[in-house]
Structure formats: structure tokens, C-alpha cells
Design a protein around this ligand. Structure first.
Ligand code: NAP
Ligand code: GLV
Length: 309
């Protein structure tokens, strides 16, 4: 009954230490030192090599080492019927809301312009819009989006959310489904993307949807790089339709050195670090799911394979 750590690009030491601290007797192996493939019942994955998971005939659960599962579902050779789970962690949720607030406030309080003024020793008071006059639209009202919406609301912003099904988040206007998308976009001075990456949301931040935002709108994308058609963002910034963007995620990560985002004056970027996963915080839920799977119970935080999140 082996747990396999299958995350070639992550440094495993801290993960292994914290998983073992939950259960010293756990049979934990680190890919590619797998041993007998038949022993593996639980695979913990981040960016695994496609085709790898079908090699384990007794696999009973595929656990994402993050909130997102797109890195798992992109494997065309997943073993059929094996449940896929995701992490849910209050610390990661709070960290994402902090990031979103920091991005939104740094834009509305014009810190980038003050920085430029400072370099020229210019004393220019800029009158910020009052938060209640700034409409923030949050795409995705799941674990991350709902908390971000609540905290933006608490900071005084006029908040709306867009999700697949209608949601009630206190103080936030709810828009739902494709039929509401344009209405939602038309009233978002700041658009925050916290959607999962699925076939329905890939490329959702594109020429058409960016054009549907009010002139001068600002974009925050902390979900996945593939939500955004990068050339369309550049065009929207360069035409002046968008006033700027704060991006944490990119189609290619790390962002290639020659990528135009690095030097674009309208873009603030961070290296996929909006919300870090702390192994110490999530090891208990990983080991709990391993125990559940071993004893024939359903794992927690299972995703819906049809929806892709
Ligand atoms: P979640 O709990 O699964 O929530 C997803 C939300 O998106 C739900 O409200 C869902 O609507 C909505 N949604 C999904 N597909 C939609 C569609 N086609 N149209 C409209 N709404 C749709 O996800 P989460 O835990 O909040 O995480 C979201 C994503 O954030 C992750 O998948 C990951 O990619 C990203 N992330 C990034 C970082 C980072 O550091 N940058 C960290 C963690 C996560 P319903 O409620 O109606 O189902
Ligand atoms: C990070 O991007 C995650 O999905 O947890």
C-alpha cells in the first residue's frame, strides 16, 4: 500500500518530511524510485510525465499537490475511473485573497505612478477613486474567488462574481453562466480571474472578452496562464483599452527571457507565487486521504471529472 510522490519539478524533501511526520510508518516512495508498480495505491502529483499514471494497476487515488488539477487532467492516458483530488487549505485561500487585494489596491492607489514620480522627485498628489466607485469582477467564486470577493467587499469595493452556477457571496452581485458573461464583463473596472483551467475556460481572457470590459479596465490573472491569450492582452494594453494588468501565471513558466511581458510598462508580474502551498499545512489532509483510500473510503475533495474541477 504505497504512496508515490510523483512531482519531478518539486523539491521533495520538505514534502516527504511533513508527510512522514503525520505517519512515520507510511510506505512512501519518490518517483522514479518506485519499486513494484503493483504496490502503489495513492499517487501525489504535480506536473507528472503524461502516461506515467497508467503504469500502476492498483492505483485508487490521484492527489493534486495544489488547488488546480489541470496539470493532472491534461494527461490523455489517465487510468479510467481513478478519483482525482485537490487540496483545500485556508492558508492558501487567505494568501490568494491577500494577493488579489494587494494587486487591486496597488492599482487603485497608483503606487506604480508614485514610484515613477519619486524617481523624478515630482510631488504630485493623485486623487484615487473611492473603493465604492470601483467595480471589481471576480471570475470564479469557488474556494479562492468567494473569499477574495468577501475581502474586496470588506475593503469597500463594489464586487460582482461570475461562476457557472449562481452563488450567494455576501454583498457581491452574482452573474452565472455564459449568458451572463458579457453583462458581467461590462461592469468590471477591475477583472480578477480565479477560474480553474478547463476546456470551457481555456483562453477565456481574449480579444473579445477583454474588449467587453469598460475602457481603462485593469486585469488581475492569478489562476492559470492558459486562461489568457497573451497577444490579445498586449493588443488591449497597447491600444489603451486596458490600463494595466497584474499577472501571476503564464502560458510558459518560468516566463521566457525574451517574453514581451517582462518589459511592458503596463504589466506587473509575479512568478506564480500568489498563493504558496506549505507542505506542513497540507500534509494532514494528504495523509487523511491516503488512510481513507487504504480503508476503502471515498477520498475528500474529489473533483468532478466531467466539469474538470
Ligand atoms: P474551485 O473551488 O474549483 O472553484 C472554481 C470556480 O470557478 C467555481 O465557482 C466555478 O463555478 C467556477 N467555474 C468553473 N468553470 C466555469 C465556467 N466555465 N464558467 C463560469 N464559472 C466557472 O477552484 P479554486 O479552489 O477557487 O481555484 C481556482 C484556480 O486557481 C485553481 O484551479 C488554480 O488553477 C488556481 N490557483 C492559482 C494559484 C496561484 O498561486 N496562482 C494558487 C492556487 C490555485 P461553480 O461554483 O458554479 O461550480
Ligand atoms: C497553484 O497554482 C495551485 O493550483 O495550487
Amino acid at each position: 500500500m504505497t504512496m508515490l510522490f510523483l512531482a519531478p519539478e518539486l523539491k521533495g524533501d520538505s514534502w516527504i518530511k511533513h508527510i512522514r511526520s503525520q505517519d512515520a510508518g507510511i510506505d512512501l516512495r519518490v518517483w522514479p524510485e518506485v519499486g513494484r508498480a503493483e504496490d502503489v495505491v495513492f499517487a501525489l502529483c504535480w506536473q507528472h510525465p503524461p502516461g506515467e499514471l497508467k503504469k500502476y494497476p492498483n492505483l485508487k487515488c490521484i492527489g493534486s499537490l495544489g488547488f488546480g488539477v489541470d496539470h493532472i487532467l491534461r494527461d490523455p492516458d489517465l487510468p479510467p475511473g481513478v478519483p482525482v483530488t485537490r487540496l483545500v487549505d485556508p492558508g492558501m485561500i487567505a494568501a490568494m485573497s491577500e494577493y488579489v487585494l494587494a494587486a487591486v489596491l496597488s492599482h487603485t492607489r497608483q503606487f506604480d505612478l508614485y514610484r515613477q514620480d519619486q524617481a523624478q522627485k515630482k510631488w504630485t498628489a493623485r486623487i484615487p477613486k473611492r473603493p465604492q466607485d470601483v467595480r471589481v469582477g471576480v471570475m470564479g467564486l469557488g474556494h479562492l474567488g468567494a473569499d477574495a470577493a468577501l475581502k474586496l467587499r470588506a475593503a469597500g469595493f463594489a464586487v460582482a462574481g461570475w461562476s457557472r452556477t449562481a452563488k450567494q457571496v455576501e454583498g457581491a452581485r452574482s452573474f452565472a453562466g455564459d449568458s451572463d458573461l458579457d453583462l458581467f464583463l461590462a461592469q468590471a473596472d477591475i477583472l480578477v480571474c480565479l477560474l480553474p483551467l478547463t476546456p470551457a475556460t481555456r483562453g477565456i481572457l481574449n480579444r473579445r472578452t477583454l474588449a467587453a470590459l469598460p475602457k481603462g479596465a485593469y486585469l488581475v490573472n492569478a489562476a492559470r496562464g492558459e486562461h489568457l491569450v497573451e497577444e490579445d492582452l498586449l493588443a488591449a494594453l497597447d491600444s489603451g483599452h486596458l490600463s494595466g494588468a497584474c499577472l501571476d501565471v503564464f502560458r510558459t513558466e518560468p516566463l521566457p527571457e525574451a517574453h514581451p511581458f517582462w518589459s511592458h510598462p503596463g504589466i506587473v508580474l509575479t512568478p506564480h507565487s500568489a498563493s504558496h502551498t506549505y507542505p506542513a499545512a497540507v500534509a494532514p489532509q494528504i495523509v487523511e486521504n491516503y488512510r481513507r483510500v487504504r480503508s476503502g473510503q471515498a477520498p475528500l475533495n474529489r473533483i468532478d471529472m466531467d466539469k474538470g474541477y
